[in-house]
Structures are given as structure tokens and as C-alpha cells.
Design a protein around this ligand. Structure first.
Ligand code: GAL
Length: 400
């Protein structure tokens, strides 16, 4: 009898413990941090866990949609600016809310003499798919190791599969020996004078002393400086590399070759001496729309927007597209909610629906940088972006 009693008490205790464990598991499962939770909404600038429960590590990202799956490629950050073993991290998703870790898309090289050995800086990777060659092509901003961000090069890598691994090909300073399509006789004439600037480098933010220095002519022979960048593929399959150049003073729009692996030499200067960074482009209703930032390093500034009938311009400045109430006044629309643009994503199956991707840089620990994704609202001759604490793709349901 007594034995039976103790047996039962023991059993009851075990059942109680099991219930407690179950309860803990259930509450952990439903807590925000559980990676197993299926996300059904966007939560701008909150921790964004992947399928392993790790905050997404894909900064300055771009997204490619291929055969029903979105692939996101971004900078794999450590605490500081330089790259470790993994250079570009890839994630995949079918719904844009939940992201599966696909691992390293691009690794740094073990060869210390490689342009992409550990310690270099690789930023703003973007991947496009080339239908003719059946290759996935990645371009990124490359700063060589120990060169204090003075190299301003563009790296290119290819893969047969969207998730990689990508094979590094080489880096270039674009358009060496080619004048832009909108070059002026004065710019051509400045070639000799510009040689005085050979070897100079600046920190890349607006400054009256270098308001209109002939950086483009300085770099004519050796190739143009290429920093913050994006890629854009037009309806006709032509691809463009858009990047901050001339010490960040002027944006360059440059056509890529049919295989997307090099520049054709056809290019234009836009927003001359207006210091645009972080360009992102989409095409909507037959026009080209650009989002970009001002030039203040890791610190947020007011976003910029523009529209053009041709990718070559002229581009019409539309001012800051950010509006609306924000959770923190000091990081409101004037500071782009604390973010800096990196990409405009067309939502598949929803014509007219676009999401803008911003990075919220945390320079004291870059791996902790956040993500602000918000819907774009197109009006007749402009577009706007409003802060939302939380939202989902149903915001687009009334779009055409
Ligand atoms: C920002 C740029 C970032 C990164 C940073 C370094 O202006 O957009 O991608 O290069 O400067 O200071």
C-alpha cells in the first residue's frame, strides 16, 4: 500500500515536471525570439531571426527572385568593417517574412595575396541572373585590405546556383578610357589639369573645397572610383551598375555587357556634385524611380528620391520620400527612421507592389545592425514611404 502510495507520488511529481517543461516550451515557442515561430508580418528594426534563431546577417542587401524563391544576399558583418571568413551571406524565403540560412554565398580567399583575402571590405553585394549564360552574377563594392577605403573597386563573382558558392573573378575600376555620354568639352579639356589630383583621396563627404574638382577626368585613364552600388535589370534584359563615384560626389550609371561580367563603356554621370550614396532603383509604370541617401558615413541622413523616363536621365529630384509618424522623433523621416537605403524589391505576383529595404547601421557593433523594410506608395509623380510599426503584404492588395 505504502509502496503504491510513494510510487504514485513519484509518478505525480514526474507528471508535474513534464507539465512544467511542456508549459515552458509552449511559452518559449510563442515568445518573439523563437526561431520556430512562423512570422506573418514585418517588424521594422526589430530582431529578425533566421531558421536557426540567429539575427539575419545580410546587410547592404539585395534580393533576387528565382523559380519561386527569394534569395537575399548581404554583407556578413562581424563587429567591425572588415570581412572575416564569410564575405557575403545568403538566405532564402518563399514568403519574405521567414528566411532560411543558405550559408556563405562568397567566402574570402585563404591566399593572403588575393584581392578578397580576409581583412578587405566587401559591401552592398547584389546578384542578378543572366538568362543567356544561365549564370548568377554578383557585383559588390570592394575595398582592398589595409588601404583605408581608398581603392573604390567593383568586384565580380559568378555561380551556377542562386545560393552559391560564388567564384570570385576579379575587380575593376569601371570604364577606364571611356568618357560618359553626357561629357562636356570642358570636362574633356580638364584632363591635363586633373592629373594634378592623381593619387589624391578624400573621405568621401561633401566639402566646399572639393565642390567641383575634376575627379572624373582624374580617373579617366585608370577607371572610375566605384563605392555604394546597386544593379538593375531592365525589361529588355540589359543590366546596369549604378554606383557612387568621384569620391562620392557624383553618381554613375553604367551599362553592363550581355554576360553581365563587365562594363560596356556606355555610362552617364547623374546628380553631379550632389553627393548621393546608397542607390536603389525600380521601374514602375514605364518610369525609373531612384531612392538614395545623402553622404554621412554610417550616420543616418534624409533619404532622396528621383524619377526619370530613361535610365540615362535626366533624373528629376523628388526630395525626401519619407513621411509619417515614427516611434522615435529623433529618428523620424528627416533621418530616414534611422536607416539608409539598399534595395527596392518588386513583390512577385503583385504588380505595382514594391518594398524598400533600409539598413539601420550600428557602427559600434555592425553585426547588430537592423533592418527596416517598408512598403512604397506610388502617387502620380512621386512616391512616399511611411513608418509602420508592423505590417504585412496585404497592404498591397488594393494596388493595381
Ligand atoms: C556609408 C555607406 C556604407 C558604408 C559606410 C562606411 O556611407 O553607405 O555602405 O560604406 O559609409 O562609412
Amino acid at each position: 500500500m505504502q509502496n503504491n502510495f510513494w510510487f504514485s507520488a513519484d509518478k505525480i511529481m514526474k507528471i508535474l515536471v513534464s507539465i512544467i517543461i511542456l508549459f515552458c516550451n509552449i511559452s518559449a515557442f510563442f515568445s518573439q525570439d523563437n526561431p520556430l515561430i512562423i512570422r506573418t508580418k514585418f517588424l521594422p528594426d526589430q530582431l529578425w531571426l533566421d531558421n536557426n534563431g540567429v539575427h539575419l546577417n545580410a546587410h547592404g542587401a539585395g534580393i533576387l527572385f528565382h523559380k519561386g524563391i527569394y534569395y537575399m544576399y548581404g554583407e556578413h558583418k562581424l563587429a567591425g568593417e572588415t570581412v572575416g571568413k564569410i564575405a557575403v551571406h545568403c538566405y532564402s524565403s518563399v514568403d519574405l517574412y521567414n528566411w532560411k540560412d543558405e550559408g556563405a554565398a562568397l567566402m574570402t580567399s585563404d591566399n593572403p595575396n588575393s584581392e578578397i583575402s580576409e581583412g578587405c571590405i566587401i559591401e552592398r553585394p547584389k546578384v542578378i541572373y543572366n538568362k543567356k549564360t544561365n549564370k548568377f552574377v554578383m557585383w559588390f563594392h570592394l575595398e582592398l585590405k589595409n588601404q583605408l577605403r581608398k581603392s573604390g573597386r567593383s568586384g565580380v563573382a559568378v555561380s551556377d546556383k542562386p545560393s552559391g558558392p560564388f567564384e570570385y573573378l576579379h575587380s575593376v575600376r569601371p570604364n577606364a578610357g571611356y568618357w560618359p555620354i553626357n561629357v562636356t568639352p570642358e570636362q574633356k579639356a580638364s584632363l591635363v589639369e586633373a592629373q594634378k589630383l592623381a593619387g589624391t583621396s578624400f573621405i568621401g563627404s561633401p566639402h566646399p573645397d572639393r565642390a567641383a574638382l575634376p575627379f572624373m577626368a582624374r580617373d579617366f585613364a585608370g577607371g572610375q572610383m566605384a563605392k555604394d552600388m546597386t544593379l538593375f535589370v531592365d525589361d529588355d534584359g540589359k543590366a546596369y551598375h549604378i554606383f557612387s563615384s568621384e569620391e562620392n560626389a557624383t553618381l554613375h550609371i553604367s551599362e553592363l555587357s550581355d554576360d553581365y561580367l563587365s562594363h560596356t563603356g556606355k555610362w552617364a554621370r547623374v546628380f553631379e556634385y550632389l553627393w548621393h550614396e546608397a542607390p536603389a532603383i525600380c521601374k514602375h509604370d514605364g518610369r525609373y524611380w531612384m531612392l538614395s541617401s545623402n553622404c554621412t558615413g554610417w550616420n543616418p541622413n534624409a533619404a532622396r528620391s528621383a524619377v526619370a523616363n530613361s535610365i540615362w536621365g535626366p533624373w528629376k529630384d523628388l526630395g525626401n520620400p519619407c513621411t509619417g509618424a515614427t516611434p522615435r522623433n529623433h529618428l523620424g523621416p528627416q533621418l530616414t527612421f534611422g536607416g539608409q537605403s539598399t534595395f527596392i524589391l518588386p513583390v512577385q505576383g503583385k504588380p505595382g507592389a514594391y518594398i524598400v529595404l533600409f539598413d539601420v547601421w550600428r557602427p559600434e557593433n555592425l553585426i547588430a545592425s537592423g533592418y527596416v523594410w517598408l512598403p512604397i506608395r506610388f502617387e502620380k509623380n512621386r512616391f512616399s514611404i511611411s513608418w509602420l510599426d508592423t505590417w504585412d503584404l496585404s497592404v498591397f492588395k488594393h494596388k493595381n
